[in-house]
Ligand binder design. Sequence first.
Ligand SMILES: Cc1cc2nc3c(=O)[nH]c(=O)nc-3n(C[C@H](O)[C@H](O)[C@H](O)COP(=O)(O)O)c2cc1C
Length: 145
Amino acid sequence: MGLLIRVVYLSEVNIASGDLLPQLRAIHDVSTHHNREADISGVLLFSHRFFVQLLEGPRLRVTETLGRILADHRHDNIRLCLAREVHARMFRSWSMRLVNGDPNFRLNDTQRTFDPSLATADEIMEMIERGCVPDGQGRTLVAAG
Ligand SMILES: Cc1cc2nc3c(=O)[nH]c(=O)nc-3n(C[C@H](O)[C@H](O)[C@H](O)COP(=O)(O)O)c2cc1C
């Protein structure tokens, strides 16, 4: 197997609320298709007005995919949180799992709504691990909020 990298970014949703669900499904569908072909796995968390996405796979493929994602107008203020070489995947089963986060989830007591923009990379990774525990069944799903 070639060299693997893991990339995590967060961004702000730029989709009108009435259009959100169909757009999330469209993003999920296209991601599942492309990522399967590119040997990429990962998760896309959506909560309140933020996306947090983890992508892992061959570094050329991940970089090409990230290039498309960065140019996508359905989100903006994209911040890279982490990019590192890894020896094993966290989310082998999912070409892209979409997780619609618990609307009441907060990173700490001072937050009125979920806001990962000031979270450290460690806090974001912990949140991903807590929010997206693999169920081992290889399903892609939209978890209920
Ligand atoms: C938050 C977000 C996450 C996305 N994640 C992926 C992804 O993991 N893989 C992917 O191929 N496209 C992803 N996309 C879609 C790409 O930006 C782009 O629209 C798509 O790859 C273009 O595919 P097409 O050229 O076949 O139309 C994402 C878009 C958004 C807004």
